[in-house]
Design a protein around this ligand. Structure first.
Ligand code: NAG
Ligand code: NAG
Ligand code: NAG
Ligand code: ZN
Length: 429
């Protein structure tokens, strides 16, 4: 009788547990807790193998601004040299799998990139964002009532004023950074990362019209910028990128998405604030204030994504002058990730949450040294884990693993025995 009760309780607990684990999405349930152990998308995406030295892997990243930190990143002309072979392999695998549309690069004859005859920029197979064609899945609009703050082209000398202002308002933003600017203005990077704890995103290494670039050049522009952000944020892998001049198409976007897991973010309002410091500006602070007034007091659907820059003192001023109006009109002001209530990095929720370690079993960026020593471990997954920390695999790793396997197996056998006993008692009583 009591054993029947015990079985019933056991069964109830099992069923309850199954229901709970089937219905709770850890992303929704607890953004800070479970996610230290996982990435935020398809476990088989190639990005897992490319930025594999994620946090908690025992990797010590060099301090921002130190010679070791800057070491190995390209000067502009060398962008294509020393690109990790793994990036190229991932690109070529994506091309072979038919994931990268085969459309030609553009040329810059006039104000907009031009495609050869036969390639309509508004057709679905080209869909150029320079021509306002929107590829589904790219971000142009915010959710109703939200104003997502993003700033392009930094870090630069005008940036600290912006960062102080944001900090004072306890406001986070997304910064679409230029890789070579991070190298040069690392002090400002350090401020926005450590002090503001803002979201860092990709704006390429040299700020080109991306549709004018070959597949390999697109790869280098994105990859190096991601690598530098990765190395400077404790192993975070950026999630968002914004094409310079808003210039992308199905090909460029597919490389960003399929090779690097990046989501493309454009905008739905443009102040032309980038031209304020030009000899002949396209706009003025007054003109921007009036545009801002129209947008901020206008309809709340779709949510606003205003293109703004930390490029000049004037462009920073244009934003700060509009701040009170943003607040008084009741917009929910947030970074791009916060506005969607999603993760800011591919392997971390935000600047302060834990970072998922590199995936177990992945391949090394750097080919293993061709040493004549026989393989230290016959178990492929432990070999790869050891490589991911950059340390040689200790010879006892294998024994330890099989010992762990054995103890797991015996635990399982014990439970099986208990289960069979319970059923038996149940039937007999
Ligand atoms: C990842 O790949 C493995 C092995 O090919 C497969 O079993 C698994 O279902 C894949 N996962 C996803 C999310 O596609
Ligand atoms: C990035 O950080 C990793 C881990 O410390 C290091 O191996 C690598 O050399 C750094 N720089 C580049 C360019 O990858
Ligand atoms: C990161 O996200 C957590 C969980 O939502 C939140 O408590 C924390 O304040 C966030 N940190 C930053 C810097 O936004
Ligand atoms: Zn830009």
């Amino acid at each position: 009788m009591s054993s029947r009760l015990a079985s019933a309780i056991l069964l109830a607990v099992c069923v309850a547990q199954a229901i709970v684990s089937a219905t709770v999405d850890p992303d929704q349930a607890d953004p800070t807790h479970h996610l230290s152990e996982r990435w935020y998308h398809d476990e088989n995406h190639s990005v897992h193998t490319l930025f594999r030295r994620g946090g908690n892997d025992g990797i010590i990243y060099s301090p921002i601004g130190s010679p070791d930190w800057a070491q190995g990143f390209p000067a502009d002309p060398a962008l294509m040299q020393n690109m990790p072979q793994a990036w190229l392999d991932a690109l070529h695998a994506a091309i072979a799998a038919g994931k990268i549309p085969d459309i030609p690069v553009t040329t810059m004859g006039g104000p907009s990139p031009t495609y050869p005859d036969g390639y309509d920029p508004m057709s679905p197979n080209v869909c150029s964002s320079s021509y306002q064609c929107r590829i589904p899945g790219d971000i142009w609009d915010g959710p109703p009532g939200t104003l997502s703050l993003s700033f392009d082209d930094g870090p630069l000398p005008p940036s600290p004023t912006l960062y102080r202002f944001l900090k004072e308002k306890q406001q986070h933003a997304t910064h679409f950074f230029i890789g070579s600017n991070i190298l040069q203005y690392h002090d400002y990077f350090q401020t926005v990362w450590l002090d503001n704890q803002d979201d860092i995103a990709v704006h390429t290494w040299t700020h080109p019209y991306m549709t004018t670039k070959t597949n390999e050049e697109v790869l280098a522009e994105l990859g190096w910028t991601m690598q530098l952000i990765h190395n400077s944020t404790g192993g975070r892998v950026p999630k968002y990128w914004r094409p310079p001049y808003g210039d992308s198409d199905t090909r460029v976007r597919a490389i960003a998405q399929e090779v690097f897991g990046l989501t493309t973010v454009v905008w739905n309002q443009d102040t032309n604030d980038w031209s304020l410091s030009d000899p002949v500006p396209l706009t003025s602070l007054d003109q921007i204030a009036s545009q801002m007034h129209t947008w901020l007091t206008g309809p709340k659907t779709p949510g606003l994504i205003i293109l703004e820059h930390e490029l000049s003192d004037q462009s920073v001023q244009a934003f700060m002058s509009a701040w009170d109006l943003m607040v008084s009109n009741g917009w929910k002001i947030a970074s791009v990730a916060q506005m969607g209530d999603v993760n800011a990095y591919q392997n971390a929720w935000n600047a302060t949450s834990p970072v998922a370690p590199a995936r177990i079993g992945e391949i090394s960026i750097h080919p293993p040294p061709a040493s004549p020593t026989p393989s230290l471990s016959h178990d492929s997954s432990s070999t790869h884990v050891a490589q991911s920390t950059g340390k040689p695999s200790p010879p006892h790793t294998n024994q330890k693993n099989s010992a762990t396997d054995r103890s797991a197996a015996s635990t399982m056998l014990t439970w099986l025995a208990i289960f069979v006993a319970t059923i038996t008692v149940c039937i007999l009583s």
